[in-house]
Design a binder for this molecule. Structure first.
Ligand code: NAD
Ligand code: 0WE
Length: 267
């Protein structure tokens, strides 16, 4: 058990398919204690289910668009764990649906851009602000989730790609800032996984199929596998790893072409 008696606050559970659910499972298997957050009453039921399954210490409200909720989060965590926390996990991404369907230059709006960057990128900085004192007490670490759309274009991912690029840059700037206090900051760039955030995305099936064909492992990744990588990055086994974007994508990000893909263009 690499996280025995370690304490984590975990955002982003919306269903059993959520990447955050896989992370909660792995952290809990490794002996961690968890506090879970939910954005609104609609999602609270699912987070309560997770809390029961993983024996969470508390379930707290956190809509990352609301600064008051961050202030409440800090106060609640200070009272639950006055000795500090070992990590905070950010597994949140959102853009208005109209931003993710159509030609990038045409569909992107000032408002859509602002919401995507606020909820998907600034919120990680807000989470760091709210937890940095508690993290510094135990040399804790921050972890977020990104996607390859930050570096390369994917049809319809659109302004989320810009928000993920911003999120990844924030990993480097926060790692540089908080490193002096012993706090590490990393991201996992995960391969595509069918979650609520991916459901209703037109062409998601093809993205999964293309990924499987490109992967050195010849398959897609699971929330359990992202969870296990998260456990590593939140544990002392990774104590010299900070400011990194770690790929949990079956190797796809380092493949240019392979026989499976090339065969589709044969004669
Ligand atoms: P998901 O739908 O299960 O999780 C997204 C979460 O964001 C939900 O729990 C939702 O409640 C939360 N959220 C949205 N707006 C919020 C707000 N205002 N306040 C608080 N929480 C809010 O989907 P997921 O795929 O597990 O997404 C988790 C993270 O993983 C996201 O950052 C996503 O971009 C990233 N990611 C997903 C994939 C994929 O293919 N599914 C791949 C790489 C990275
Ligand atoms: O980061 C994500 C999910 C991003 C996302 C998805 C939605 C759908 C519903 C953000 N906001 C919303 N808003 C909604 O209203 N992924 C990495 C999964 C994903 O989403 C895509 C993808 C992939 C992969 C959207 C288009 C193309 C590919």
């Amino acid at each position: 058990m690499i996280l025995k008696d370690k304490r984590f606050v975990l955002t982003g559970i919306a269903s059993k398919r959520s990447i955050a659910w896989g992370i909660a499972q792995s952290l809990s298997e490794q002996g961690a204690k968890l506090v879970l957050t939910y954005p609104n009453d609609k999602i609270k039921k699912r987070v309560d289910m997770a809390a029961a399954e993983f024996g969470a210490e508390a379930v707290l409200e956190l809509d990352v668009g609301d600064d008051g909720h961050f202030a409440d989060l800090t106060r609640s965590l200070e009272s639950i764990w006055p000795e500090g926390i070992d990590g905070a996990v950010h597994a949140i991404g959102f853009a208005p649906a109209d931003q993710l369907d159509g030609d990038f230059t045409s569909v992107t709006t000032r408002e859509g851009f602002a919401v995507a960057h606020d909820i998907s990128s600034y919120s990680f900085i807000a989470l760091a602000k709210a937890t940095q004192e508690l993290l510094a007490k135990r040399a804790g670490s921050l972890l977020t989730l990104s996607y390859a759309g930050s570096e390369r274009t994917y049809t319809n991912y659109n302004v989320m790609g810009l928000a993920k690029a911003s999120l990844e840059a924030s990993v480097r700037y926060m790692a540089a800032d908080l490193g002096a206090r012993g706090v590490r900051v990393n991201a996992i760039s995960a391969g595509p996984i069918r979650t609520l955030a991916a459901s209703g995305v037109s062409g998601f099936r093809q993205i999964l199929d293309m990924n499987e064909a490109m992967s050195p492992l010849q398959r897609n990744v699971t929330i359990e596998e992202v969870g296990d990588a998260a456990a590593l990055l939140l544990s002392d086994l990774s104590r010299a790893i900070t400011a990194q974007i770690i790929y949990v994508d079956g190797g796809v990000s380092n493949v240019g072409a392979n026989s499976k893909v090339l065969s589709k263009f044969a004669d």
